[in-house]
Design a protein around this ligand. Structure first.
Ligand code: MLT
Length: 274
């Protein structure tokens, strides 16, 4: 059973912040960091499949989903600090597995930079380790302005086509609609702050080899946003990091292929993994 809870945490600046968090199951904590412009609902198919083995902690990150609106911008490191504060509140005794998709992967990388010595394992999916180049930063800043001027829907609608595989579009109208709903319900200010935060993110490629715990990299074969080679490049920097590709998904592998994704996570995180 998945519980939706409100949690008040003190952020890095000392301000109190209210986040909505989905919590389910028991065992080793697994922190699930969602992508942009989505929220913790994207993890429900995975949570349903792994809650018998893990304590799943899936926040709506600052300003996303039902979490409190943000009046000012933020950095990805702030989202990582929030997530760490939540883990401390919910499961302080056991080091968590940190699992992030796309923007959530960027947040996981900041989490590792700040709290890596307190992490058990990492799962990076549909994400990349390098920073944006100048052109990508410019596009993000223009898109952020558009979100504040015109609202969420016209700003993020073109992205929907890139999130799912052709197979998902052909066979899963329910999935398409739920993702569209999640995207369009994201506040324009959050769309803008998140785009600025992603534009400002540092390059993580150099840090990867110093991470002190095992890392699993997962890609979707049809992902045009963070293509398989982006994950392969991350895996190649980390000694022994397994790299898996799902042939049936694009950018949202845990939603498009939840059975397969859950198997990968369970196999990698079980103490007896091969
Ligand atoms: C995401 O899915 O979180 C974003 O598309 C990542 C990005 O734009 O770099």
């Amino acid at each position: 059973m998945i519980h939706d809870e409100w949690m008040d945490i003190s952020s890095s600046s000392g301000a109190c912040r209210r986040l909505r968090v989905r919590i389910a199951g028991g065992g080793t904590p697994i922190l699930l960091l969602h992508g942009y412009p989505l929220d913790s609902r994207m993890w429900i198919p995975l949570i349903e499949r792994i809650q018998d083995r893990f304590l799943c902690i899936a926040p709506d990150l600052r300003g996303f989903g039902e979490s409190a609106e943000e009046r000012f911008g933020f950095e990805l490191a702030d989202l990582a600090s929030d997530a760490h504060a939540l883990v401390q509140r919910i499961a302080a005794e056991t080091a968590p597995i940190v699992c992030g998709l796309s923007m959530g992967g960027y947040v996981a990388m900041r989490y590792m930079a700040m709290f890596g010595d307190q992490v058990e394992r990492v799962v990076l999916t549909n994400t990349r380790g390098n920073a944006d180049d100048a052109e990508a930063q410019k596009i993000r800043r223009e898109t952020a302005s558009k979100a504040l001027r015109e609202g969420t829907e016209p700003t993020v609608a073109p992205m929907l086509q890139k999130l799912l595989s052709s197979r998902s579009f052909a066979t899963r109208p329910d999935l398409v609609e739920s993702i569209r709903g999640m995207m369009f319900s994201t506040r324009p200010s959050t769309v803008a702050w998140a785009l600025m935060a992603m534009a400002n993110r540092p390059d993580s490629m150099e840090e990867l080899s110093r991470w002190p715990c095992p890392v699993l990299c997962i890609a979707g074969q049809e992902d045009p946003i963070t293509p398989p080679d982006a994950l392969q490049r991350i895996a190649s920097r980390i000694d022994g990091a397994p790299y898996r590709i799902d042939p049936h998904s694009a950018h949202l592998t845990p939603m498009e292929s939840p059975d397969w994704f859950a198997e990968q996570v369970v196999a990698f995180c079980s103490p007896t993994r091969a």
